[in-house]
Design a protein around this ligand. Structure first.
Ligand SMILES: *Cc1c(COP(=O)(O)O)cnc(C)c1O
Length: 379
């Protein structure tokens, strides 16, 4: 393939490695879990998992069991944990594939014990505490029952409790009072479990923003996702460069058409943009089917012809338009357009796109769709 693809995401695996090393240096006493759920936040789970391992990520984390099993099927070894379970499993497959699982309630513990019996080996279980997020995890009022049942399951040989863990609600808002309250609740719930005889290998609560800003949240293991890909969890925390991170994904497209249109010409669906004068329009062949947020219509930034331009009118399913302005310009069909990247060459960043689409940078990289080929650098 010597022509430039319509649209593609370049993934710099050296950036993934450097980010993992930088994060390990931020949490020197803890092990690091690279979270590779959702296809490594759109970057490609298997290549990113391998790069993270090479840089010292002793754990990998996924949301779903299917994501964890897919890593094993691709030959990724070492510790893998997954946490988002629904009744029915696949618990047995996870136990047989040596995957650490999360249990937030009695129904899950019952199913995991049964699966361990069927598999003929104990399941490695992390008990999840809801220390205030109010999402998954076991409420403090139900913790004693869950811990005691897990200790009993350990005695019968179906379960090894390898982890005690929780997740923050507001770690991306430095100084938010819930951070301290959740840490206190976590310490209490860990202390109770340890008093009941649980000897966890790892206690863990920190995501990327907590790893970067709350050192006493590191415990034995930090679970970093977004920061591994070099993206800032929140503008308040700083730019990737300020955090010592480098964005791994650069999203590029190939200009499909450049044409001159008269003044007063409507552009794209709904005619939300009208040309002010005779001008040149460039067609960027990427749209919401590729994960370009339609909500960024009229605001999305893109580097074309050495200048950052803004989407003129609606982002459509497969394409959007930028107005190059009147007069001479050097943009031609076949030229490169950079939607976002490191920012080092004047291109917008995922954080810029998040702002343009009223969302968070997590969503910008993760939503880049299956129609967009990934091109790996430094594999
Ligand atoms: C996604 C996720 C993480 C990683 O969060 P980042 O903010 O991307 O670092 C950690 N833990 C859990 C439970 C998650 O769901």
């Amino acid at each position: 393939m010597n022509e430039r693809p319509r649209v593609f995401a370049e993934i710099d695996l050296d950036a993934v490695r450097e980010n993992v090393r930088a994060l390990r240096a931020r949490a020197p006493r803890a092990e690091l879990m690279a979270v590779v759920k959702a296809d490594a936040y759109g970057h490609g789970a298997v290549p990113c998992a391998r790069a993270a391992r090479e840089a010292g990520a002793s754990w990998l984390g996924t949301a779903t069991p299917d994501e964890a099993l897919a890593l094993r099927a691709a030959g990724v070894d070492g510790r893998i944990m997954c946490w988002l379970w629904t009744p029915g499993g696949p618990w047995r497959e996870a136990v047989e594939a040596d995957i650490d699982v999360s249990v937030s309630g009695m129904w899950a513990l019952d199913e995991v014990r049964e699966a361990a019996r069927a598999a003929g080996r104990p399941a490695r279980v992390h008990l999840k505490a809801d220390t205030g997020l109010g999402r998954n995890g076991c409420q403090p009022a139900d913790w004693a029952e869950l811990v005691q049942a897990a200790v009993a399951a350990q005695a019968e040989g179906t379960v090894t409790v390898t982890g005690l863990w929780s997740h923050f609600a507001c770690a991306d808002e430095p100084g938010h009072p819930s951070i301290r309250l959740q840490l206190d609740a976590f310490r209490d719930m860990v202390a109770y479990a340890e008093k009941e005889g649980v000897e966890p290998e790892v206690r863990h609560i920190a995501n990327s923003p907590a790893t970067l800003t709350v050192p006493d949240s590191h415990f034995d293991l930090v679970r970093t996702g977004l920061a591994v890909y070099g993206v800032s969890p929140a503008p308040e925390l700083g730019t990737p460069a300020q955090l010592g991170l480098r964005p791994a994904m650069t999203l590029k497209a190939t200009v499909a058409l450049v044409k001159t249109v008269p003044a007063g010409h409507g552009v794209s669906y709904g005619h939300h943009y009208t040309t002010a004068a005779e001008t040149a329009l460039a067609l960027i062949p990427a749209g919401y089917a590729d994960g370009i947020p339609r909500h960024a219509s009229g605001r999305a930034p893109v580097l074309v012809g050495g200048q950052v331009r803004t989407a003129a009118g609606r982002v459509a399913m497969d394409q959007f338009v930028v107005d190059l302005g009147p007069g001479e310009h050097r943009v031609r069909a076949g030229d490169e357009a950079v939607l976002f990247g490191t920012g080092e060459h004047g291109e917008p960043t995922a954080e810029d796109w998040a702002q343009a689409a009223d969302t968070i940078a997590y969503e910008i990289v993760t939503r880049i769709g299956g129609r967009v080929p990934r091109v790996y650098r430094n594999g």
